[in-house]
Design a protein around this ligand. Structure first.
Ligand SMILES: *[C@@H]1O[C@H](CO)[C@@H](O)[C@H](O)[C@H]1NC(C)=O
Ligand SMILES: *[C@@H]1O[C@H](CO)[C@@H](O)[C@H](O)[C@H]1NC(C)=O
Length: 449
């Protein structure tokens, strides 16, 4: 690249940084024209993906949970008790009460019909289809040695392709990423049928991309990548600075679904949703052993996060979790039917006026820490300011002295019945059942999962 070009890039970088503040921290050492175009296209997609009536998405999810619970109940009533004792789990009708799982897990042929999963997402990530109708790419090689010319058969070679791909794994494998794994749009990473561990190395980066599903893998012991030349697409690579050590970083991206992922112990966050990302669902996942779990909106200056819409549903926040489940700035966050069995500071927090709709969760406060009974935490604002933030709790249950400090308009969800359809979330009493299989599943080919 000649000097004039570099100067132009630098000029653009400043111009760009003023419209999308914070983009300079993108770990892109050289913000070349490819990244410039990606960033611009991504912001347009964020504006497009953003739901002007988020209540519709909220009601639709809640309606589906009610429907699933009702169907299971009816099926159980119509079976007689002898049959029920004989049928072991899935021999009879589907007993799965979780509406996302119910859509695919009861099918014995799930391995022949993997695309079915893409029809099952609920919540703000509902447009995520991943690699549906694309080719199946089978990862056969767990190595990750060449960052610029990754070997065919590796996960890195799969994710840099530009066409839609449904990525599966030939066998159980542990993949130690030498650097952050930079994923292109229109991909599904589907760990079903194998035990896939991404561990002891760098994490996954979704930067200025759309339409990605990550399902059925375990991600743990993630540390920062040192940076260097990394290929991010078949036709592009560039210099990256050190990565943060997040498990999954969703950066300026749209229509993303994280489902049945187990995560623990990452150097930075488990899942970050930042820089104007929107249309995200995190569901059915199991989180343990981590301090700062999920950061939604990384800085007060990233005002593009007002467009952020995230659903956090049917997850289990388990042992040795501390805080940020999530911590939000700006945006609209639906936190529904999750099981919070452990935290040591707080569960749900934020600053800068995020809308947080907490429905049908179970919050169990730590028994031995009298200072951590409050589910919520507001930062950097006096009560005179945060009292207008819409943080509502509906149908949550509280144990061990847990309590949720609400704020904002108490009639926020009830005053627009036409928008919320008067549908309450499924009762929190069902949460243990709904989240029973959170985390990566051990699916076997040929039988329901
Ligand atoms: C983004 O949208 C604007 C307004 O519709 C349009 O003028 C511009 O060309 C778009 N940019 C890209 C990179 O698609
Ligand atoms: C109830 O059990 C009996 C004996 O096992 C069986 O013949 C009958 O079909 C069952 N009824 C239903 C509705 O499943």
């Amino acid at each position: 690249m000649n000097t004039a070009h570099i100067c132009l890039s630098v000029l653009f970088l400043f111009a760009f940084a003023s419209t999308l503040p914070g983009a300079v921290r993108a770990h892109i050492a050289e913000f070349d024209e490819v990244w410039q175009r990606r960033a611009e296209e991504a912001w347009n997609r964020t504006l497009e993906s953003y739901e002007p009536a988020p209540a519709k998405i909220v009601s639709h999810l809640n309606l589906n949970v009610h429907r699933a619970l009702k169907e299971v109940k009816e099926e159980e009533l119509s079976l007689n008790s002898t049959r029920r004792q004989l049928s072991h789990g899935y021999d009879g009708p589907c007993r799965v009460t979780n509406p996302i799982d119910r859509c695919w897990r009861c099918q014995a042929n799930w391995a022949q019909n993997r695309f079915r999963l893409a029809d099952c997402v609920l919540g703000f990530g509902y447009k995520a289809k991943g690699g549906k109708n694309g080719k199946i790419y089978v990862v056969t090689d767990p190595s990750d040695n060449d960052m610029v010319n990754p070997k065919p058969g590796t996960l890195r070679h799969a994710v840099i392709q530009k066409e839609p791909l449904w990525i599966i794994f030939q066998r159980d494998m542990l993949i130690r990423l030498s650097q952050e794994l930079i994923v292109q749009s229109d991909k599904t990473i589907d760990g079903r049928g194998a035990r896939v561990l991404i561990a002891n190395g760098a994490g996954i980066t979704l930067q200025f991309v759309k339409n990605v599903i990550i399902h059925g893998i375990k991600i743990y012991n993630i540390s920062p990548g040192q940076g260097g030349m990394i290929r991010d697409a078949v036709d592009h690579y560039g210099l990256r600075t050190r990565s943060d050590g997040d498990g999954i970083s969703i950066f300026g991206s749209q229509d993303i679904w994280i489902d049945h992922v187990s995560m623990l112990n990452c150097a930075d966050g488990l899942i970050d949703v930042i820089m104007g990302s929107t249309g995200v669902t995190v569901s059915n996942s199991h989180f343990t052993d981590h301090n700062e779990a999920m950061l939604f909106g990384a800085s007060d200056s990233h005002t593009q996060d007002v467009k952020m819409q995230v659903t956090v549903a049917f997850n289990h926040f388990g042992k040795r979790m501390v805080q940020r489940m999530p911590r939000a700035r700006y945006g609209y966050i639906h936190v529904v039917n999750n099981d919070y069995t452990h935290w040591n500071m707080y569960a749900v927090g934020g600053s800068k006026n995020p809308i947080i709709i907490s429905q049908g969760n179970r919050y169990i406060a730590p028994p031995t820490n009298p200072y951590a009974k409050e589910v919520t935490k507001r930062e950097y604002s006096p009560e005179s300011v945060w009292k207008s933030w819409v943080w509502r709790s509906e149908g949550d249950i509280f144990q061990g002295g847990a309590f949720f400090v609400q704020s904002g308009d108490p009639t926020y969800t009830s005053k627009h019945p036409e928008k919320y359809d008067l549908i309450q979330a499924a009762p929190a009493q069902n949460v243990a059942e709904i989240t029973k299989f959170a985390g990566a599943l051990g699916c076997k080919v040929g039988v329901p999962c």
